[in-house]
Design a protein around this ligand. Structure first.
Ligand code: FAD
Ligand code: NAI
Length: 468
């Protein structure tokens, strides 16, 4: 066997790539990671999950202070926003985590090679540094973890000022008076919440008939919409934007909905209509790596591309574009390369939208159960009847469990609650072990906790709720 510089080279240091590198190193593989950006951590840590959650937390505190402090007996007059300080804190959170990844690379003896990684052939990568310097490294195995970038609309090219993507939507230096958001998915609803709480007039335009339509059930969409409207966000559903005019003072959009032609004006337009795989500059063709029809890197059940020693993981491959999916892909790919039985259960990837309340979902929705003509029983419990939710002042939402009518196996869970992102975990675990609603209903949950509502929803599958 020829000698290689490394047993594994990972291209891209997002939650897919850096996790793959750590797992490979734990399994004894000599590993390097190539990253073109200044800091490690990819979209998630630099411009995605983490900065958006930092801003969601800060803006939620502001909103809570303004709207609910008085009811809690806290007198704090003249509460003001210091956007600069909020953004500074966000940057500190990001720095802490991206330097944490650098530390993990050192700790695990993973070589970090800075620059754009280009395939020369199936075992050679050329890394081009910012200064143009080139370096070739060879690898027995390669993992492509190059992630994704925002989708642009043909008539709304990003200019970074008036027409922006989430990359700028997390870093505005002043609160826009008016913000139009195209797309009512995770980014539209999360960043819409941030800027509405900070004082912008936010309108979200969506061409589907409901918000959060992908992966979330219809009842979730309804409750989210009601709560976001309370924040002042306006929704224009079933609406197609077709043209845009950028002026010195803002942007004018025109399009149509069921009633005819429509038009909107705003200071800034945030386009949040999805992300697309990023493979520019990797020169996949040099190694003969093939793409799917949708432009993602094609992989088999072992995350292997058509070139057997080249693997691909995360957003650049099929499946939901989520950090935890990329993370699990990374672990599995590293284990498979090391000769271990790596595996990801793609049926159980939870989805969360971090609005207030949060929406979390795993498995099938009620609508999918109907479409697939599955015989199911559904149990639901509202947080208005949960003691902890009342004490915490977070009673919006519900927990819903969908179970097979004959076997009682849980097929889906949907939770809308202040901390739904945490509550969904026990249902994912239950489903991973093919558990039933009876298993969940008979599991002791500490009192008083929001998680008791999840147990009550499981009891409700059999019509025996104890608290409502
Ligand atoms: P990425 O994180 O995109 O990382 C790819 C890396 O590869 C980048 O660092 C890039 O610079 C590098 N790279 C690309 N090409 C090359 C090359 N040729 N050479 C060297 N380096 C290269 N997901 C969640 O699960 N939860 C959330 O709350 C969440 N919030 C989000 C909020 C926003 C605003 C956005 C935009 C996304 C969010 N996501 C969230 C999605 C999440 O960020 C992605 O699913 C995740 O980052 C994908 O990880 P990845 O490793 O596949 O790719
Ligand atoms: P998305 O796919 O979640 O939502 C896009 C929305 O835009 C959909 O509702 C779609 O119907 C709508 N849309 C598409 N084209 C349109 C058009 N021309 N006019 C009007 N509406 C249109 O994509 P989003 O929100 O941009 O997020 C990108 C990726 O990042 C997603 O994969 C998402 O999962 C991930 N992400 C995850 C988060 C989380 O897990 N909390 C947070 C933010 C992003």
């Amino acid at each position: 066997m020829p000698d290689f510089d490394y047993q594994l080279v990972v291209i891209g240091s997002g939650p897919g790539g850096y996790v793959a590198a750590i797992r490979a190193s734990q399994l004894g593989l000599k590993t390097a990671i190539v990253e073109k950006d200044k800091t490690l951590g990819g979209t998630c840590l630099n411009v995605g999950c983490i900065p958006s959650k930092a801003l969601l937390a800060s803006s939620e505190h502001l909103h809570f202070a303004r709207e609910r402090f008085a009811a809690h007996g806290i007198i704090a007059n003249d509460i003001k926003l210091d956007l600069g300080a909020m953004m500074k804190r966000k940057c500190e959170v990001v720095n802490k985590l991206t330097s944490g990844v650098s530390y993990l690379m050192k700790k695990n003896k993973i070589e970090v090679v800075k620059g754009l990684g280009k395939l020369v052939d199936a075992n050679t990568i050329e890394v081009v540094g910012d200064d143009g310097a080139k370096k070739k490294i060879t690898a027995q195995n390669i993992i492509l973890a190059t992630g994704s970038v925002p989708v642009e609309l043909p008539f709304l090219k990003f200019d970074g000022k008036r027409i922006i993507s989430s990359d700028q939507g997390i870093a505005l230096d002043k609160v826009p008076k008016s913000l139009l958001i195209i797309g009512a998915g995770a980014i539209g609803l999360e960043l819409g919440s941030v800027w509405a709480r900070l004082g912008a007039e936010v309108t979200v335009i969506e061409f589907l008939p409901r918000i959060a339509a992908v992966g979330f059930d219809a009842e979730t969409s309804k409750i989210l919409q009601r709560n976001l409207e309370k924040l002042g966000i306006k929704f224009e559903l079933n609406t197609k934007v077709q043209a845009a005019k950028v002026t010195d003072s803002g942007v004018e959009l025109s399009g149509e909905n069921a009633t005819g032609k429509v038009s909107y004006k705003a200071d800034i337009v945030l386009v949040a209509v999805g992300r697309k795989p990023f493979t520019a500059g990797v020169d996949l063709d040099k190694a003969g790596v093939k793409l799917t029809e949708k432009g993602r890197i094609a992989v088999n059940g072992h995350l292997q591309t058509n070139v057997p020693n080249i693997y691909a993981i995360g957003d650049v491959t099929d499946g939901p574009m989520l950090a935890h999916k990329a993370h699990e892909d990374g672990v599995a790919a590293a284990e498979l390369i090391a000769g271990k039985p790596g595996h990801v259960n793609y049926n159980l990837v939870p989805g969360v939208i971090y609005t207030a309340p949060e929406a979390a979902s795993v498995g099938i929705t009620e609508e999918q159960a109907k479409e697939q003509k599955l015989d199911v029983r559904v149990g639901k419990f509202a947080f208005t009847a949960n003691g902890r939710a009342i004490a915490n002042d977070t009673t919006e939402g519900f927990a819903k469990i969908i179970a097979d009518a004959k076997t009682d196996r849980v097929l889906g869970a949907h939770i809308v609650a202040g901390n739904a992102s945490e509550l969904i975990a026990e249902t994912v675990l239950l489903m991973e072990f093919s558990g039933s609603s009876e298993d969940l209903a008979r599991t002791i949950h500490a009192h008083p906790t929001m998680s008791e509502a999840v147990k009550e929803a499981a009891l409700a599958v059999d019509g025996r709720m104890l608290s409502a």
